[in-house]
Design a protein around this ligand. Sequence first.
Ligand SMILES: Cc1cc2nc3c(=O)[nH]c(=O)nc-3n(C[C@H](O)[C@H](O)[C@H](O)COP(=O)(O)OP(=O)(O)OC[C@H]3O[C@@H](n4cnc5c(N)ncnc54)[C@H](O)[C@@H]3O)c2cc1C
Length: 383
Amino acid sequence: MIRDQDMLDSLLATLERFVREDLIPRELELVETGVIPEDIASAMRDMGLFGLTLPEEFGGMGLTMEEEVNVAFVLGRTSPAFRSLIGTNNGIGTLGLVSQGTLEQKQKYLPKLASGELIASFALTEPSAGSDSGSVKTRADKQGDYYVLNGSKRFITNAPHAGLFTVFARTDQSKPGGNGVSAFLVERNTPGLSLGAIDKKMGQAGSVTCDVIFENCRVPASALLGKENEGFKIAMKTLDRGRLHISAVATGAADRLIDEALRFAADRKQFGEPIANFQLIQAMLADSKTEAYAARCMILDAARKRDEGRDITVEASASKLFATEMVGRVADRAVQIHGGSGYIQEYAVERFYRDVRLFRLYEGTSQIQQIVIAKRMLKDLQG
Ligand SMILES: Cc1cc2nc3c(=O)[nH]c(=O)nc-3n(C[C@H](O)[C@H](O)[C@H](O)COP(=O)(O)OP(=O)(O)OC[C@H]3O[C@@H](n4cnc5c(N)ncnc54)[C@H](O)[C@@H]3O)c2cc1C
């Protein structure tokens, strides 16, 4: 649902200019330093980008899902690390708080999250609980008016920047899987919370992840998000929206890769003419364009259904599965069209090839999306 087309067009035009004039020219600097330049982070705060999806009454822009994916298509056209800085505040790091938080919790955190003064992270994955996220071992034991957290979380995006973590921990050891898991809002400066070393990753330089460790970390009972033992449901609902967002970012990245490949093909000459004249090159360009268009259509359809209040678990998983696998194929073709240059770091496609690999892994691997879709198909068959 688009609430005001003119306002959205103006936001998208501003973002397109920001991506083209401010972010794309700084991509190499980002790779070399591994840090988002402070003036860029500050411009993102000034533009309100940390609060794109947060409710307007708490200082955000309150974008609908359809508006959000349109924004993500645009942000996807530059290095994903730029988007990642604002990604957790607009997605997995705050969705639980927005949907399940008490008024007091919302008033305390959302205005600071919307302004970018505070960064939020989502801490679900553990060393032994990845795809099987319901098997988390981190425990939260109730002691009077407090919960005491012990355990560790792995690969947590933006953890080194974060001031607030949504942490999933087991509150009932007797209940199986996700049933005994609760969600907590844990502030960075809580004694007993520490961070591991920053992970060295394949790509997405500038987007940081690390372990988050809890050792007798005492949080007040008021830090509980939603009801006790119902945290896993919050995590799963959070992933629905996050998956659609990632699908749109992946599709934006595919658009960028197609542009890079097209321009290179028009410019590069072999056998006395631009390689773009060769039909085998044209086939790769056309397949990429077609697949990116298909992803865009799926994502917009799913986003509109979500805005209508419909259950989009299958559509979100199908979009993520298709869009993130699609961008992998598009990146591969873009490197192929560049020939040897595609393997050289000064060309954006070399970097994007590595950057987009992550999309098939986090917020549910491709196999997990397949399982979600097939499970629902079988359930529907049984009635
Ligand atoms: C850069 C980065 C950022 C991340 N950010 C966050 C974050 O902010 N917060 C957070 O909580 N987590 C985060 N993660 C974790 C991410 O969500 C997990 O890595 C992902 O869900 C996969 O879990 P795993 O790595 O343990 O792999 P595993 O679950 O061990 O999977 C290994 C392989 O087995 C397959 N597999 C597993 N189960 C099945 C099955 N039943 N059937 C078929 N195949 C299966 C998987 O698809 C995969 O191919 C991040 C990860 C990375 C790399």
